[in-house]
Design a protein around this ligand. Sequence first.
Ligand code: R5P
Length: 305
Amino acid sequence: MKDFLLFSGSSNLPLASDVAKLLKISLGNVDLTRFADGELRPWIKEDVRDKTVFVLESFSYPMDEHIMEMVLMGDAIRRGAPKTMIAVVPYLGYARQDKLHRPGEPVSARVIAKFLEVSKFSEVITMDLHNDAIVGFFQVPVTHLSALDLLAVEAKKNMNLKHAIVASPDVGGTRRARNLAYKLDVPMIVMEKKRYLDRHDTSESFEIIGDVKGKTAIIIDDLISTGETVAHSAQSLTDAGATSVIVFATHGVLAGDAKKKLESSHIDEIVITNTINVPKDKLFPKLRTVSVAPILADAISRVVR
Ligand code: R5P
């Protein structure tokens, strides 16, 4: 096995520690201190020369701080002459801004890809990007992992799939839903989500394409942010006759009052992964988390074996 190190930013220390444990190493020693005015000054306290160095950071809230942390840690590490430096980004924030919805907006996902490249990361390992095409925004190799198999195992273990269907809450998620439906050997349906262009976080209505009467609906999405999408989808599915609604999503962004919205929704259970470290006060009984640490540890060990 190659000589390698794994450092963690501050976004998801529990996940980084779990990954390190599975790899049977200790996390690299880094100080993430700040000056009095708030400027970050990472200090890499390990010899990285000629080593393969991984840095794990989720671009979750506060995403701009975490991105800056990654950029500065990257610069600090590359100055120590590592053999190679690989970014492990379980949740790539800004991925939803992957196209121009109207003139005058940035393609932010492309900018984030550029940030990682200028910081001299020579590879990126990430999970369930909002859109597969984002891989093409990077000039460096990207390992695009998925939590879909993990979520499928959860569904098979804990649900009666006899009358189940998989639902994509929007047309963009059709491929993801089709893959899950295939893994579970159940039919799928699609919902058409309409959003107000000038109100980013508000979904307007959901049209259901397919039959859900008497079914257990499994909504699959890449992420839950405000909770609007899955809460409204669950409402529409229930109105159309679904008997219960379970939600699977890789990234639990859980912004603002998502917890309140989800708790009072028609959703019976929500299963997310730990790509984002959800603070304790945002957890609630019908939310369950499964760990992607084994998937990330496996991806890292394939690089260093
Ligand atoms: C949108 O295309 C995404 O796949 C998610 O459905 C969406 O971003 C979730 O956001 P929210 O929870 O705020 O509705």
